[in-house]
Design a binder for this molecule. Structure first.
Ligand code: M6P
Ligand code: ZN
Length: 197
């Protein structure tokens, strides 16, 4: 019989997002978000004041092969670049026919999604919300509250991350501070997939 992996037990602190045991922590600072915010001037101004932490990801080490599932928490800090809220880089999966589930533990925000052929969707996230990201949808999360946005994610271990496409084209929508509530606006810097035109 094949070697069978042993089951894993992980504890998650829903108020901090910390996984225990945790095998990897990835920190993304403002300097890692170059070119991702619509207002480049506001970005440079804020960066000059210090390289703030925008979000971190806690992960458990699971073999990244077909059949396995990866799980992680992401913690997105409250903050803005100009009027645009702090967010994750966002990605498509390298293996595009793979889905993902986000469960919100704390905070407020949006799960922003888009396809290569120009479809756009968003789900408002608050504690208890589960967002299902079907295959082929690129995804990014935005923190719009005063507290950290804490999300738990589960996805196929062989999905992979395609950041290049987001770096090159951006997301179709941005989430900015409105008069009373956050608002979704057209991203002036967004470049649509040429193949979809
Ligand atoms: C979630 C999952 C991870 C992802 C993380 C941060 O925890 O989707 O796969 O890495 O969010 O998002 P990004 O990789 O876009 O920075
Ligand atoms: Zn993903």
């Amino acid at each position: 019989m094949k070697d069978v992996m042993k089951p894993i037990r992980t504890l998650v602190d829903a108020r901090t997002g910390l996984l225990n045991p945790c095998d990897r922590v990835t920190k993304r600072k403002l300097s890692d978000m170059q070119g991702m915010y619509a207002n480049a001037e506001a970005y440079n101004e804020l960066l000059n004041k210090g390289d703030k932490l925008v979000y971190k990801v806690y992960e458990v080490n699971i073999p990244q092969v077909e059949g396995q599932l990866l799980y992680s928490t992401s913690v997105i800090y409250p903050g803005r670049v100009g009027d645009e809220y702090f967010m994750t880089k966002g990605h498509f999966h390298l293996k595009e026919d793979t889905a993902e589930i986000y469960l919100c533990f704390q905070g407020e925000g949006y799960l922003l999604m888009q396809t290569h052929d120009g479809q756009i969707s968003s789900i408002e996230m608050k504690p208890g919300t589960i967002g299902y990201i079907p295959p082929y949808w690129g995804h990014r999360t935005i923190s719009t509250g005063n507290k950290k946005l804490i999300l738990f994610a589960i996805y196929p271990a062989d999905a992979g991350h395609n950041y290049k496409i987001v770096e090159e084209r951006g997301f179709a929508k941005i989430v900015v501070e409105g008069k009373d509530t956050p608002v979704l606006r057209k991203n002036p810097g967004y470049r649509r997939d040429k193949d979809a035109e």
